[in-house]
Design a protein. Structure first.
Length: 346
């Protein structure tokens, strides 16, 4: 297999690159290297003769055609996306361009390649999406693969649009696709604008630990290396033209998550006085902040035999340990646009 991964220098994409190369797969990493990308994320994989890198924007159809012709991938895993909800509130245009039009151009390039190659039965276009397309849950219930779409932010609306495009290309043109919708990821190499790295790095720097609203918003937390394993499982075993929800089976409120991170830091790098939890502060909530996400994992568990390998406490401990040992990685990113700023006030 030659696997073309879009967004392979990003957080989730780089985890897939590292895992795929370690399993002996030939990988082509296609990334535009925008603000959240970092080639250090795949430095070890890049030493392998199985790895290739192509810098290109998925909105550049001519560049995509050249890359498909050069590498002749037997599968595409589409992860390239603008993904930060707060940034989508401040600047939705980039999300429409990359997530909607970029997906369109990639689908067309993949369809042209698949057709040129004689429409091989084993070709796959794996589209990676988010549970945020389903909207917001109340205190009970879970998202299934048939939950109606109800996106509430420019980000989730753009991802919902891309999901619909993929399904349309499967139905109209017969493009062989599989789809996944994941819950909130965390883990090593997480760009320092999302909740978990913000809390870790602010705590170490003695800054406030900002929590939106009253901290009661609930998310299902998925360790990124578990997610990478699930994605490769779906690519290998998933039924054609079928979607799979991937969850961590680890629901926590934002406040519970932050308190857990503080407790881990108290143990691994204690302060001279007091707890890191003393730095918790509550800030004005994000506009349109969804109350709760939760994944029903039965389809992927029952059909493909996959389930997460770590609890959120185990995964957060690994994550904190990684950040404590990799200051050079995150320090190099802290001057990038928007890092350390409160975005998405509306």
């Amino acid at each position: 297999m030659t696997l073309l991964i879009t967004g392979g220098a990003g957080f989730i994409g780089s985890a897939v690159v590292r895992l795929a190369v370690s399993r002996g797969m030939r990988v082509v990493n296609l990334d535009a290297l925008t603000y959240a990308a970092c080639l250090d994320n795949v430095a070890e994989a890049a030493k392998s003769p199985l790895y290739s890198f192509e810098q290109a924007d998925i909105c550049d159809r001519a560049a995509l055609d050249k890359i498909f012709e050069k590498h002749k991938p037997t599968a595409v895993m589409h992860l390239a996306a603008e993904s930060h909800v707060d940034r989508s509130i401040d600047g939705p245009g980039a999300f429409m361009e990359t997530n909607v039009m970029g997906t369109f151009h990639l689908l067309e390039a993949a369809r042209a390649h698949w057709t040129t190659q004689g429409k091989p039965d084993d070709f796959r276009f794996h589209h990676v999406s988010t549970d945020e397309v389903f909207g917001s849950l109340g205190a009970t219930g879970q998202f299934t693969e048939t939950t109606p779409y109800d996106p509430r932010s420019p980000y989730s609306a753009s991802k919902a649009s891309s999901d619909h495009l993929v399904r349309a290309w499967a139905e109209t043109y017969g493009l062989p696709v599989v789809m996944t919708n994941c819950s909130n990821n965390y883990g090593p190499y997480h760009f320092p604008e999302k909740l978990v790295p913000v809390i870790i790095l602010n705590a170490l720097a003695g800054k406030d630990l900002p929590i939106y609203g009253d901290g009661s918003n609930v998310r299902d937390w998925l360790y990124v290396e578990d997610h990478a394993d699930a994605l490769l499982t779906v690519l290998d075993k998933g039924e054609l033209n079928r979607s799979y929800n991937i969850g961590g089976e680890n629901e926590r409120t934002n406040l519970q998550l932050v308190e857990t991170l503080c407790a881990i830091l108290d143990e691994k790098r204690p302060k001279n006085e007091g707890s890191y939890a003393d730095q918790i502060t509550y800030v004005t909530d994000r506009p349109g902040h969804d109350a709760r996400y939760a994944i029903d994992p039965n389809r992927i568990r029952n059909e493909l035999g996959w389930r997460p390998s770590v609890t959120v406490e185990e995964g957060l401990e690994r994550t904190v340990e990684w950040y404590l040992n990799n200051a050079a990685w995150y320090e190099a990113l802290q001057n990038r646009d928007g890092v350390g700023e409160r975005l998405g006030k509306g």
